[in-house]
Design a protein around this ligand. Sequence first.
Ligand SMILES: [Zn+2]
Length: 229
Amino acid sequence: MADAPGPGANGLCRALIFLGPPGAGKGTQAREIAKLYGVPHVSSGDMFREHVERDSPLGRRAKPFMESGELVPDEIVLGMVEERISRPDCARGFVLDGFPRTLPQAQKLDEVLGSLPCRKELVMHFVVDTAQLLRRLTGRRTCAVGGEIYNIYNHPPKSPGRCDHDGGELIQRPDDREEVIRGRLGTYEARTRLLVDYYRRQGILVDLDGMAPPAEVTARIAAILAQAR
Ligand SMILES: [Zn+2]
């Protein structure tokens, strides 16, 4: 696929929105597609970190929410997104990863996008089998010494419980426990249902198999973009 420059110059000229639960490979695909089309990968996590690091007014307002693990209010996030996508590097399109998260965010984003000289946005929706995803995520084990990541189901160490690299003990991090992940997936589904309906009604949402091998998913997205008007 290295020689297939997908689109070439001016090829994308639209916003791509990636919607998917934690663990579905959404972030990886968003980065991959952005690279393939030569457009910025605009991730909400990176944006928050950048604003906090350079101590911008929006960053100062977002910081307390980030530190307490709460959702950063719509108005602050939208301010960051508007500022980011109005930079010249986004003029030929961009990939949004982790935004919008709520229906009001999506509605406001539409107003902003409506004023840009781009084609209608497309939404890549990662559909997953929750039971399978839960299994995949709860199988994660982390080396206590070097931080290497394993998965007891699809990437096990050579000897159980020990890191191949340095022999360190493999532990399950608190974030990877079943009840924590179940909670995260539940929150995601409740929040996303409205967003999915909103975009599906506009006919701009594409369902993708989030459980398929990553290379297949990338190829599928590229094929969809090649056909999209
Ligand atoms: Zn290790």
